[in-house]
Ligand binder design. Structure first.
Ligand SMILES: NC(=O)c1ccc[n+]([C@@H]2O[C@H](COP(=O)([O-])OP(=O)(O)OC[C@H]3O[C@@H](n4cnc5c(N)ncnc54)[C@H](O)[C@@H]3O)[C@@H](O)[C@H]2O)c1
Length: 343
């Protein structure tokens, strides 16, 4: 008779906006069970105040930790997990700096502890379909990419977590890091960026609006507009329907990927291609790329359970360091006004 398989026991460290969603998903999942919630805030109604206290009380057998605490705590909490040999899923961004991120990656690799980073859109059927369409050559050679993350965050979003008003807590590290990861997943590595930032609308220390120019290793060029104070629906959050907390804008797109043979709008997945030689005098053939329906966060959790059982992480620490490097290069380009090459 096969032995009963014990389920991975998940600890969620940080029970804020995203941590509570992780807790909910763990509770709903048949593939794991919730071991504990760690959060020092009295309002969080957690089981433990620190990850160390949690390990002392719950042990580490079969445990995997999801780190959903503020950015600056990702590395210290993840390092405690690595030291105890506990697989860890670190929310994005992996760290505040490339140096800290690299320190964590090195420690995890040295200790042989699996490290997965929470770029959950990698599990999005929409993003997977976009990447497949580009890789299949349906668009020809990608020449131009246009993206936007334009939305309006309400004032209480900042009141609830004042760190979001300070450098490191703004839309470049909170939101653009997702976008950079999406662009890398679909269009490949980014070699150089230019950018301009403004903070005059909200008046916080951190940026509220950013315009970015990108050069990809493939030779493609891109532009990206980011604003958390724009009353507009052109963002992954509002168009993808992947998070029910946001009202869905079914007719809007957030990315346009244009190649020498055709172009794809994401997430409506409207595809326009030339059946013959490309020419602006010729009509396009129109189609819609089929996409299955699945919740990327739930798929990420299922993958983390596989990782705890020994599977290789799909979004490695090294991969996340590259996304962070580009994201921080955008911040640097805003500060210096210079073109920043990504080494
Ligand atoms: N993947 C996504 O789509 C997504 C979405 C939102 C946030 N995030 C990321 O998740 C992280 C948390 O963001 P948020 O918006 O939920 O923040 P939040 O401020 O709402 O929640 C953070 C929580 O961590 C708790 N905390 C503080 N110190 C802690 C410690 N030492 N141990 C455990 N918990 C601690 C706080 O009390 C708070 O409850 C950030 O890194 C953010 O970038 C990811």
């Amino acid at each position: 008779m096969p032995l009963p398989r014990t389920l991975p026991r998940i600890v969620v460290a940080g029970a804020g906006l995203i941590g509570r969603r992780h807790v909910e998903l763990v509770r709903q999942s048949p593939e794991c069970e919730l071991a504990a919630v760690v959060d020092p805030a009295p309002a969080a109604a957690s089981d433990h105040d620190s990850i160390g206290e949690c390990f002392a009380a719950e042990g580490t057998d079969g445990v995997g930790v999801i780190v959903a605490a503020p950015n600056r705590l990702h590395v210290p909490i993840a390092l405690e997990c690595v030291e105890r040999g506990v697989p860890v899923l670190v929310e994005k961004p992996i760290a505040d700096t490339v140096e800290d991120a690299q320190r964590l990656v090195d420690a995890a690799e040295e200790a042989g502890v699996p490290l997965l980073v929470g770029h959950h859109r990698r599990y999005s059927p929409l993003l997977e379909a976009a990447a497949r369409t580009v890789a299949a050559g349906t668009l020809g050679r990608v020449v131009a990419v246009q993206g936007s993350a334009l939305f309006s965050k309400p004032d209480d979003y900042f009141d609830a977590a004042p760190w979001r008003r300070e450098p490191g807590g703004g839309p470049i590290l909170i939101n653009m890091v997702h976008e950079v990861d999406d662009l890398r997943a679909v269009c490949g590595e980014i070699l150089a960026v230019q950018a301009m930032a403004a903070n005059g609308t909200r008046g916080h220390a951190v940026e509220d609006t950013v315009a970015v120019v990108l050069r990809f290793a493939s030779g493609a060029l891109g532009t990206f507009l980011l604003s958390d104070t724009a009353a507009a629906p052109f963002s992954w959050e509002l168009t993808s329907a992947e998070n029910a907390a946001y009202p869905h804008q079914p007719d809007a797109d957030c990315y346009v990927i244009a190649g020498t043979r055709g172009s794809l709008r994401v997430p409506t997945m409207r595809l326009t291609t030339y059946p013959g030689a490309p020419s602006w005098w010729e009509p396009f053939e129109a189609a819609v790329v089929e996409v299955e329906d699945a919740d990327p966060l739930a798929r990420q959790l299922a993958h983390f359970c596989d990782v705890i059982r020994g599977a290789a992480p799909r979004v490695t620490g090294r991969d996340a360091v590259e996304t962070l490097r580009v994201t921080l290069a955008i911040a640097e380009a805003c500060r210096t006004g210079e073109l920043v090459e990504i080494s």
